[in-house]
Design a binder for this molecule. Structure first.
Ligand code: HEM
Length: 478
């Protein structure tokens, strides 16, 4: 008798049947729940068809119809979107613990050493320890102050991207690995492209993250790009850590010098609650490099664009700098409290152009109720901080205390690098305005300056800003 051997068609049929049954059982289960309002869903894709190339704007438009707490379906996953101060407060403050998870994504897997960095690591002891390391060891006021000379020395670099790269590399890695010399492991351009790619791929809507059963097809080609990127990043970080370890061995009395040294010391510490492996050191170093470069540069570029669009505001800022600083020196970090107008320019820029408009997605760690609606465990949670009018307020601060202004998020997963980010933004913007006269090229009119955005995890300008600058201070200062 001929034995029955299942053909590929039988496998395919079994697979399709399983998917359909799973989909239907989920559908019937969801019908019993009291879910927040939201648009009708298509089979398989859910509401993915409603999300355009600028997702924060698409979600804002949808919230105008469905309200500040909205339920969507992205492929196989339920998503809730909070779009008001009250909802931000619930997700980031009152029920912060419930919503402190992060969804599993291909970006976390491939570009962040299988979620062993802080940004993508699940809520738990590893993340808690990483957070403690960042806040008490790496970003303590004392350590940040000890790096002030680096920020001052690098201020001469007018090229914004280069300034941020140099400052962050020197604080995190001890030197600018990224020089043009022959034995340099990467050129500045390659390093910048690597960080750009990290940001872009961290923020993309990768279809496989939402419809896992077609993940293997890699329809948009993102997984392929992530794998290539992770090899490049790993080659660089391996080189950096090897060099650090060689130096640490040679120096008998090794005083911690840069952030990578601090992390390597901790990796050698047997008393650490959760062992920090070499992979974790690389992942956290990448968090520091990526978090520190693109975010600040993006904000400064938007600030200068807005000022070029509003010449009378530009003049007011320059007038404040002349009055407080004078024409004979550069601005230093201690001057910032005396420059309230520059601070207002930064706040207004971050309100109009939040660098991370959808924050980093969160995930419900348990079934719960919000405003009387059911939210299931595993639901992805997006807080859309993009809505300028909503966050209008007088007494607003950068720490997200009252959830009216959330450029750095809030609560347990709030950005741990916000004080460094702010220091870099404040002093570099103040000096770029103080030291240079800015003009649009080719007699371009302010109203013709393009202000379109490009979406990744951050939203930089779609077309990089091109402007003409000339010195404003006496020659001997340059
Ligand atoms: C303009 C500067 C910056 C902005 C606007 C910014 C914004 C943000 C935002 C919105 C989040 C998500 C918060 C949430 O989920 O609620 C975040 C997380 C994070 N940021 Fe920043 N950031 C900046 C600078 C930095 C710097 C300088 C570093 C490190 C050198 C950094 C490292 C991180 C890390 C590691 C996380 C993940 C935290 C966690 O998941 O627990 N950021 N940032």
């Amino acid at each position: 008798m001929e034995s029955f051997s299942p053909t590929w068609a039988a496998y395919a049929l079994a697979w399709v049947t399983t998917v359909v049954i799973a989909h239907l059982s989920k559908h019937f289960h969801q019908q019993k729940l009291n879910l927040p309002p939201g648009p009708r869903q298509w089979p398989i894709i859910g509401n993915l068809n409603l999300i355009g190339t600028l997702p924060h704007r698409s979600l804002h438009q949808l919230s105008l119809t469905y309200g500040p707490l909205m339920h969507l379906q992205f492929g196989s996953f339920p998503v809730v979107v909070g779009s008001s101060v009250e909802m931000a407060k619930v997700f980031l403050k009152t029920m912060d613990g419930t919503f402190a998870g992060r969804p599993k994504t291909a970006a976390g897997k491939y570009t962040a050493y299988d979620c062993t960095n802080m940004t993508w690591s699940p809520y738990g002891p590893y993340w808690r320890q990483a957070r403690k390391i960042f806040l008490t060891e790496l970003f303590s006021a004392k350590r940040l102050e000890s790096y002030e000379h680096i920020r001052v020395e690098e201020m001469n670099s007018l090229l914004l991207q280069l300034f941020n790269l140099n400052v962050i590399s020197r604080m995190v890695l001890g030197k600018t690995y990224i020089d043009e010399s022959e034995n340099s492991i990467v050129t500045p351009e390659e390093f910048r492209q690597m960080m750009d790619e990290v940001f872009l791929l961290t923020g993309v809507f990768n279809i496989g993250d939402f419809i896992p059963w077609i993940d293997f097809l890699d329809l948009q080609g993102y997984i392929k790009r992530m794998k290539i990127l992770s090899k490049k990043v790993d080659r660089f970080l391996e080189h950096v850590l090897d060099e650090h370890n060689a130096r640490r061995k040679d120096e008998t009395d090794c005083v911690s010098k840069d952030m990578a040294d601090v992390l390597l010391d901790l990796a050698d510490d047997p008393t650490l609650e959760v062992k920090l492996e070499r992979r974790g050191v690389k992942a956290l170093t990448l968090d520091l490099l990526a978090g520190g470069t693109e975010t600040s540069a993006t904000t400064i570029e938007w600030a200068i664009s807005e000022l070029l669009k509003n010449p009378e505001i530009f003049n007011k800022a320059a007038e404040e700098l002349d009055r407080v600083i004078g024409q004979n020196r550069w601005v230093n970090e201690k001057d910032m409290p005396n420059l309230p107008y520059i601070e207002a320019v930064i706040k207004e820029t971050m309100r109009m152009h939040p660098v991370v408009p959808l924050l980093v997605p969160r995930c419900a760690r348990e079934d719960c109720k919000v405003a009387g609606y059911d939210i299931q465990r595993g639901t992805r949670v997006i807080v859309n901080v993009f809505c300028p009018d909503r966050f209008m307020g007088k007494d607003i601060d950068f720490k997200g205390q009252d959830c009216k202004f959330l450029p750095f998020g809030a609560g347990r997963r709030m950005c741990p690098g916000y004080s460094l980010g702010l220091k870099v933004i404040q002093s570099s913007l103040a000096n770029l305005l103080h030291g240079y006269r800015w003009k649009l090229p080719n007699d371009m009119k302010p109203e013709d300056l393009d202000m379109e955005e490009r979406f990744g995890i951050t939203t930089p300008r779609k077309i990089p800003l091109v402007a003409i600058v000339e010195p404003r201070l006496p020659r001997n200062l340059y």
